[in-house]
Design a protein around this ligand. Structure first.
Ligand SMILES: C[C@H](O)[C@H](O)[C@H]1CNC2=NC(N)=NC(=O)C2=N1
Length: 99
């Protein structure tokens, strides 16, 4: 199981990500906007496939053309490096879909 990121390092590590926000001390959250509803669904589909590959799953909400991703490591009861690396991966998937 991945180690929880120490309390004192958390905010700095999250700040290094692109527009992800720390929520309730143990989640990171980001809203992704799309020009079309189905582009958002394509993004969700790709995130879902990746999540299954690595067995680490986000909470996902779809609000028409906006998709919100929320990550934590429930096994570790908090934020881990795995959450941060998923955040970077989702950003890459988003970039490819919206480029
Ligand atoms: C057994 C299985 O690998 C674990 O329950 C995985 C599944 N997906 C997961 N996803 C997330 N976000 N956090 C976890 O701790 C987690 N654990």
């Amino acid at each position: 199981m991945a180690e929880r990121i120490p309390e004192g390092e958390k905010q700095d590590r999250v700040d290094q990500l692109d527009n992800w926000k720390l929520e309730d001390g143990k989640f990171i959250v980001k809203r992704y906007r799309f020009g079309e509803f189905l582009k958002g669904i394509e993004f969700v589909d790709q995130v879902a496939a990746y999540s299954e590959d690595i067995q680490h799953h986000p909470f996902i909400s779809i609000d028409y053309k906006m998709v919100t991703m929320k990550l934590t490591s429930w096994n570790a009861k908090g934020l881990t490096d795995l959450d941060l690396s998923c955040a970077e991966k989702y950003d890459e998937l988003y970039k490819v879909i919206t480029d």
